[in-house]
Design a protein around this ligand. Sequence first.
Ligand SMILES: [Zn+2]
Length: 399
Amino acid sequence: VGSSPATWLRTTPGELLDIIRHEDRPITKLELAKRTGLSRSAVTQRVSSLLNAGLVIPTRHLAEDTGGRPAERYAVNPNWGVSLIADTGATGMRTAVCDLSGHLLNEHFDWIDITQGPDAILGAISKRFSSHLVSRRLSPGHVRGIGISVPGPVDARTGRVVSPPIMTGWHDYDIPGFFSAQFDCPVTVEKDTNAMVYGAFRSSTAAEQNMVFVKVGTGIGAGLMLSGRLYRGADGAAGDVGHTRLDSAGEVAPACRCNNLGCVEAYAGGWAILRDLQAAGVEVYTIDELVKAVHEGNAEARAMVLESASIIGTAVAHLVNMANPRAVVLGGQLVGLGDLVLATVREQVYRLSLPLATRNLTITTCELPNPGVLGLAALVSDLVLGPDNVDRLLADRRG
Ligand SMILES: [Zn+2]
């Protein structure tokens, strides 16, 4: 069936691995031959090169062991290597080492200040990476890919940060270059919300093909999954709802961290709430302290969070009208306030979005403690085990 020469010439070992990787269970050579139109010998040859490189492992399915010889099945070898991950926010970072199925092997959280600049922060990440490897008895040679997320706009082609509002000193810094000097593997850099939406997407049992992740922390931003794909936009700037302008209704619009006036963030971001509370004489200096103040019943803090949630809800409603997602997932530190934020956002979205867009829409808070880490781990695995990278690796082995 369909075994035209054109098909079998085109199906590379890397493409075969891609098929194996997306199966729910290990697959036989016969199934691979049927799937690709390759001859048995062509499949055997390609599977052998994947086996020799350690990329796939043979497995046997006991369930089938009912008379006759069970066919050898093949699966991706999750221990072929590991990925190193750093999910970096404005004030904290999670670093991790993961296997290539995206499972966490080791994770660590550190408080940081992103405005210390790339040398200090990337240096700290690099130290954590080393200690993760040591604690898992791994060497840099085991690292097959690196994923870094940052709280700012990332040029999707170069992996460089572009005029980030809060990342002083990071503009145009070569983050991939920093790590490729130490590790011989691909490095991927993502905006934090892109990593988060991908993590939520890959971890959800429903795996909604159209999903929006809204991060509500110090800043406000969103990541979009559209038709099952991470949507970065033409240059990587998609989803930046925090810097859309609100109508200030005649009042003087507050200045934003991006140097514009009246952005959503300048009214409703965590930093704006802290600014207003401090001006009102309430002594809260971090988002954690803010969350604590609300939990302890501080009326002013509660009122300002509610007002923010309403503005955030308006921004989310715009996103819902624009992208028509099936799921909106709220994450970030302010979501620690649970229903207070969630209920208000829901109310605004149902009020301001079209009935068709909200009929099947769910709006929930993110249950995962680390969607950014999981998203990066999945993105790195996709890249490392993708056909292009695998075929390049196999060619390098031959050469
Ligand atoms: Zn702004």
